[in-house]
Design a protein around this ligand. Structure first.
Ligand SMILES: Nc1ncnc2c1ncn2[C@@H]1O[C@H](COP(=O)(O)OP(=O)(O)OP(=O)(O)O)[C@@H](O)[C@H]1O
Ligand SMILES: [Mg+2]
Length: 499
């Protein structure tokens, strides 16, 4: 077993972990839960030697364990699938999979590529990836990269495998496959430490759940003995409020209209309209074309034919900045790590990057004082947990990075916002909060919002209408969701019928 005793970790300005003691046993699937910034990833990184604790000890089968580097952890049969997807884009999938153990494949200075590719192939198949180990990893989608990271951890034959939000970028099909793999690991007497914000997933998969709250240990429970509400209460110290947010009175003004939008091999004559003050939900499986449609609308990708009207006027949007500055149309990406944020730059700069043009005087100097005021207001408005506005965004917890990514577009003052999977990796409390934020943008500020989400409860809670996508086609529309008190089951059934 792996015992953590009185672990404390301090980063400049934050006590990320405070006197945490947890025991993990072989043959168990042990969930680690907690709000964004609670310290889950930090704990994983301490176990795997990426960070060193200021205080406390770790014991592996009763023996003091000192992991000074990730390599040490691997040598001690501990491996991790980290929250940040870490791949070397220029190298092949096979190289990425055996990266930490390349020395095992060297004989007299010669690397046995055949053996590497064979092993990589085996684990790629295991995680359900139909790709060649000789391909470059850079071209894969986020989900595929995530799966290669899982293949990498599995191929190490570790006795303890830590998975930090492994399903957050996977489709339901891929996630189900992963769950089967994790169950198999348990049968093989491996201990899987599983970080997730998806309570349902944890309840069906895990044996135990340990909860961190604000860097402190809040308790461990047997999953079979507890309810969703119990976990939520342990995490946020109160019950979840999941109430209907009210009604949206949208006007008949069309703020955005898409007519006959086509792109070879993808869309064929898509029509869509969005009204002032409306939240329009786009539902569909990952890969059904919703993000691609958003990218065509904002000019990040080119359509072959079709027309776009903004406020009744035909427009030709040439780029993302054109979309933002000329048409006040913003897109909050689902892919915040690669497209949404500059991780090495400060929270403030990330938030204000979209308004630098407004803050700049005629000598091209940015009004730094004004920037700081607006930035601080936004940090408060969206409740970003950060030691200061000068902290690099990369140092924030995953969920807090997501808030910054949303805040940046709110700061820009767009009239129309396309928001793509806003609550992936976000904890229950912050999720409620982001829902309210989106709702208020429409209700109180009259913004019009296209909400792309694979989370059906989220979509049903917020949308006035829902368009259902399948294979780049709109296959159905559910209307009038804000006219009567919706019944979740009814609406999800209607959506299901369209698919
Ligand atoms: N490298 C770092 N430098 C400074 N502060 C850090 C660093 N890594 C994490 N922190 C801080 O430590 C705290 C815990 O962060 P951590 O990433 O462990 O949270 P988490 O529970 O994994 O959250 P999430 O669910 O959002 O991923 C946060 O306040 C975070 O800002
Ligand atoms: Mg984390």
């Amino acid at each position: 077993m792996l015992e953590l005793k009185n672990i404390t970790k301090i980063f400049p300005g934050v006590k990320a972990l405070n006197d945490v003691s947890i025991t993990f046993k072989r043959g168990e699937i042990h969930a680690l839960m907690g709000e964004n910034g609670a310290g889950k990833s930090t704990l994983m990184k301490i176990i795997t030697g990426i960070h060193q604790a200021e205080m406390g000890e770790m014991y592996l089968d009763g023996k003091l364990l000192k992991n000074k580097s990730f390599q040490d952890a691997v040598n001690n049969s501990i491996n991790m699938v980290s929250q940040e997807i870490q791949v070397i884009p220029e190298s092949t999938i096979g190289e990425n999979i055996i990266l930490d153990r390349i020395n095992n494949f060297k004989k007299n200075g010669i690397v046995d590529w055949k053996a590497i590719h064979q092993i990589a192939q085996k684990y790629l198949e295991l995680v359900g990836l139909d790709i060649k180990p000789t391909e470059k990893i850079g071209g894969l989608t986020a989900a595929q990269k995530q799966l290669t990271q899982i293949a990498k951890a599995l191929s190490s034959h570790a006795k303890y495998i830590l998975m930090d939000e492994p399903t957050s970028s996977l489709t339901k099909y891929e996630a189900d496959n992963l769950i089967q793999i994790v169950k198999k690991l348990k049968q093989d007497n491996v201990c899987v430490i599983f970080v997730s914000h998806k309570i349902e997933e944890v309840m069906v998969l895990c044996d135990k759940v340990s909860v961190l709250r604000d860097g402190q240990y809040a308790g461990t429970r047997d999953c079979k003995d507890i309810t969703r509400q119990d976990i939520v209460k342990l995490m946020i110290g109160r019950e979840e409020v999941d109430e209907h947010l009210g009604y949206l009175d949208t006007s008949d003004d069309k703020v955005l209209e898409v007519k006959g939008l086509s792109r070879y091999g993808q869309f064929n004559k898509i029509d869509m309209e969005l009204y002032k003050g409306e939240i329009l939900g786009l539902y569909g499986l990952v890969g059904s074309g919703r993000t691609e449609l958003a990218k065509l609308i904002i000019g990040a990708e080119k359509m072959d034919s079709g027309e776009i009207f903004i406020g009744g006027e035909k427009v030709s949007i040439k780029s993302i900045s054109d979309s933002l500055y000329r048409y006040k149309l913003g897109y909050i990406t689902e892919n915040r790590k690669e497209e949404g944020l500059i991780l090495s730059d400060t929270v403030l700069n990330n938030l204000s990057i979209t308004i630098w043009n407004k803050l700049t005087n005629k000598f091209r100097k940015i009004n730094l004082k004004q920037e700081k005021i607006l930035g601080s207001q936004m940090i408060n408005k969206i409740k970003v947990k950060t030691p200061s506005s000068d902290t690099p965004v990369g140092n924030l917890s995953g969920g807090n990075q997501q808030k910054v990514s949303i805040g940046k577009w709110l700061a820009a003052g767009c009239d129309v916002l396309i928001i793509d999977e806003p609550t992936v990796g976000v904890d229950v409390g912050a999720k409620e909060y982001i829902h309210e934020l989106i709702w208020k943008l429409a209700k109180e500020e009259g913004k019009s919002i296209i909400l792309i989400s694979s989370d059906m409860p989220e979509l049903i809670k917020l949308s006035r209408r829902i368009l259902v996508f399948r294979e780049f086609e709109i296959v159905g529309e559910v209307k009038g969701l804000n006219e009567k008190e919706y019944k979740y089951e009814e609406v999800s059934e209607l959506i299901g019928e369209c698919m």
